[in-house]
Ligand binder design. Structure first.
Ligand SMILES: *Cc1c(COP(=O)(O)O)cnc(C)c1O
Length: 365
């Protein structure tokens, strides 16, 4: 499709004072901007009817496919205000590529990467006053796609879809600053199995995860850690974030993250750290880490830090670990120097305070 959007500006943009008040303490994913993007897809016409329009409810027939069979997927990335007032996004083409990989798994039509990125640019530029200026705040962008065919038949994927982008000014993802989280190793539930949808960013993965997250909280932990489906032994991810293990310290520190086996979500933050860390003199590799190794290497002191990473919370240290075989601390239980360094470097690139030697920054508004 051509990247022509029909522009319908809101007549009810919130006044500046109200916007300023909402931007003071936006939380995460609670406040939304004045506009959204919608693009339709049908078998006959492909992608068409691209629009920028006022943010508001969708009207869906109760028999719409997504409401019954969850044919849905999403992305998440942020727009960052730079010191000079301009706005950038971080690796938006990587999100576009992952979106299309997810589409393939979910039998949904891919969207041209240029259209995906153009949608983000148009929405950010229209609602640019909603991009926070406060330190550490950003505009969270949520592109997603839903199956819109009406009918309850299950023999084929939907014949129509809608791509939507909404935007939400956001403060810190985990309230209380960069504090280590405690994690529960989930053996009763599995996030993803071989051949399943673990590598696709689809809402269904999250629907199936809430029960395990609730169990983690009952066990006195902040977050759930997912293990492999077969042996419940190999570490995969933490909630909606990837994990890194720091071995050694000082100039001997190196980081390891679980390899992408097809059941993990290939995080863009994860990929960025695998490139960034070696650049800073910290060797990085993909590997296989068992819960036994996690416990034993923590006890021996060989494992010095563990952190989780993702777009929403950037980098979050993991302090305490609890599972069926007991409970232990990683390092001192406080944020470690490697975790802190990587966080500062990555955030520095995103806010334009550090050179972007990888070409990750995309000027967006
Ligand atoms: C989105 C997501 C991540 C992190 O991906 P980023 O691209 O780094 O934000 C990790 N795990 C799961 C399950 C996710 O949905």
């Amino acid at each position: 499709m051509s990247n022509q959007f029909d522009i319908r500006l809101s007549e009810h943009r919130r006044p500046a004072e109200e916007r300023e008040r909402l931007l003071e303490n936006p939380g995460f994913g609670k406040v939304f901007t004045d506009h959204m993007i919608t693009i339709e897809w049908t078998e006959e016409e492909g992608w068409h009817d691209a629009r920028l329009q006022p943010y508001g409810p969708l009207s869906l027939d109760p028999a719409t496919a997504v409401l019954h069979y969850a044919q849905e997927l999403f992305e998440g990335l942020k727009a960052y205000r730079q010191a000079d007032g301009s706005i950038v996004t971080f690796r938006p083409y990587a999100n576009a590529a992952r979106f299309n990989t997810s589409c393939q798994r979910m039998a949904m039509p891919p969207i041209p990467e240029e259209t995906f990125v153009r949608s983000l640019e148009l929405l950010v530029d229209t609602d640019r006053d909603w991009v926070p200026t406060q330190e550490g705040h950003s505009l969270y962008l949520r592109p997603f796609m839903i199956a819109t065919q009406r009918g309850l038949g299950v023999n084929s994927p939907s014949s129509s879809f809608m791509f939507i982008v909404i935007a939400s000014p956001s403060g810190a993802y985990f309230t209380g600053g960069v504090k280590p989280v405690s994690v529960w190793l989930s053996e009763d539930y599995t996030r993803a199995a071989p051949g399943g949808t673990g590598a696709a960013k689809c809402g269904g993965n999250y629907a199936a995860a809430f029960v395990a997250q609730a169990q983690a909280v009952r066990e006195g932990c902040d977050q759930v850690v997912w293990l492999d489906a077969k042996e419940h032994r190999w570490v995969e991810e933490m909630g909606g974030m990837n994990l890194f293990f720091v071995y050694g310290s000082g100039s001997d520190a190196r980081i390891v993250t679980p390899a992408l086996t097809g059941t993990l979500l290939p995080g863009i933050t994860r990929d960025s750290l695998l490139q960034l860390a070696p650049d800073l003199g910290i060797p990085a590799s993909e590997g296989r880490i068992s819960t036994d190794e996690w416990r034993e290497a923590s006890a021996s002191g060989e494992l010095t830090e563990v952190f989780a990473c993702g777009t929403a919370a950037v980098i979050t240290p993991v302090g305490r670990v609890k599972g069926s075989s007991g409970e232990w601390l990683v390092g001192s239980g406080e944020p470690g120097p490697v975790t802190t360094r990587l966080r500062e470097e990555l955030v520095g690139i995103q806010y334009g305070e550090r050179p972007d030697s990888f070409g990750w920054i995309h000027k967006t508004g």
